[in-house]
Design a protein around this ligand. Structure first.
Ligand SMILES: Nc1ncnc2c1ncn2[C@@H]1O[C@H](COP(=O)(O)OP(=O)(O)OP(=O)(O)O)[C@@H](O)[C@H]1O
Ligand SMILES: [Mg+2]
Length: 308
């Protein structure tokens, strides 16, 4: 449902914020703000700290473009605040945002809908402290915080001796840890815009691991667009990404990440506020579909609303 948009007031772009992905969000937010201004919109940015409610009260705006990543931004909490304040905002609503932020909830929903996802176990801080690790899949595994992004706190574990450090690294970011079967294969991502899949991208990090540096340093990763996959697999990935978008109840833009091994795909997770930095995947996929960065920003802005 649309809130009444007061066109006289400017658009607030929320950026920065309180999460570990703050630096990425500053880059996404700046790119979005520049684009809005370039297109003639009155817009200003707000660094979304603990004082966000008072900033939104004092610096009046008509609608909010959320360019935050991670906790307190992509996880439904800021969306809840904006619902409470009746300020129309971009992207997914409260429930979709919080479900997508939680990799375990996402994976349980995928299993329920018979979409393939790597075998996994969830461990609490107490499980780890008391060495209750028996439910974990066999090595090699990937150890992740349940609610994080940009590969922060993620480790690949090939030998048992590496497990304690990996669990400690993940616990540094969340009280809940996901231990997932390692899929030795190719990595692809599918952006979805308003329920339609954009061209599939294969990412080939030069280091072999798509970590923080590979994601945000120009030249560290090769992007194959469209991904050189057999047509049936290519279309199955696009269909799966759209299905994930609807299963989670997403709105606007989202990006769904997969691994592919032996012709079979495994869904890793969904991002409800995909990065829009100069190395980010969503703008590349949009460009391949004929949408410029400014057109992409305008499409996301057009989805501003409440009660999503
Ligand atoms: N099960 C797995 N098997 C192989 N590689 C994996 C697996 N899970 C994660 N990875 C690698 O780790 C990276 C980060 O994992 P994932 O996408 O789950 O987390 P994220 O930090 O939320 O990512 P994003 O930056 O997209 O928010 C992936 O892009 C992939 O390279
Ligand atoms: Mg990912």
């Amino acid at each position: 449902m649309w809130g009444a948009i007061d066109q006289e007031k400017p658009i607030a772009v929320l950026l920065g914020g309180l999460s570990a992905e703050r630096e990425v969000s500053l880059r996404t937010g700046e790119a979005v703000l520049n684009s809005l201004k370039r297109q003639g919109y009155a817009a200003f940015s707000i660094d979304a700290g603990r004082d966000l409610p008072s900033r939104l009260t004092w610096q009046q705006c008509s609608r909010v473009f959320i360019a935050l990543h991670g906790r307190y931004g992509e996880d439904g909490s800021v969306q809840g605040l904006l619902e409470t304040m009746q300020l129309p905002y971009t992207g997914s609503g409260v429930l979709a945002s919080s479900m997508a932020m939680d990799k375990v909830v996402t994976k349980k929903l995928l299993l329920y809908h018979r979409l393939p996802t790597p075998v996994f176990a969830e461990l609490s801080r107490a499980d780890i402290e008391q060495d209750r690790l028996s439910d974990c899949p066999p090595l090699p595994v990937v150890v992740k915080p349940v609610r994080e992004g940009s590969t922060i706190g993620i480790s690949l574990v090939h030998q048992k001796s590496q497990l304690p450090a990996a669990l400690a690294a993940a616990l540094g970011h969340d009280d809940r840890v996901l231990v997932e079967e390692f899929i030795a294969g190719r990595e692809v991502t599918v952006a979805v815009l308003d329920g339609e899949a954009l061209p599939v991208i294969e990412v080939v990090p030069k280091s072999g691991f798509y970590d923080y540096q590979a994601k945000y340093t120009a030249g560290c990763t090769e992007y194959l667009l469209p991904a050189p996959l057999e047509q049936p697999l290519y279309h199955a990935l696009q269909q799966a990404a759209v299905a994930v978008f609807h299963i989670l109840g997403c709105s606007g833009a989202a990006r769904v990440d997969f691994m592919v091994r032996d012709g079979q795909f495994y869904c890793l997770e969904a991002n409800t506020i995909p990065g829009m930095t100069e190395t980010s995947l969503l703008p590349k996929a949009a460009a391949a579909a004929g949408l410029s960065f400014d057109q992409l920003v305008e499409r996301i802005l057009a989805g501003c609303g409440l009660n999503k």
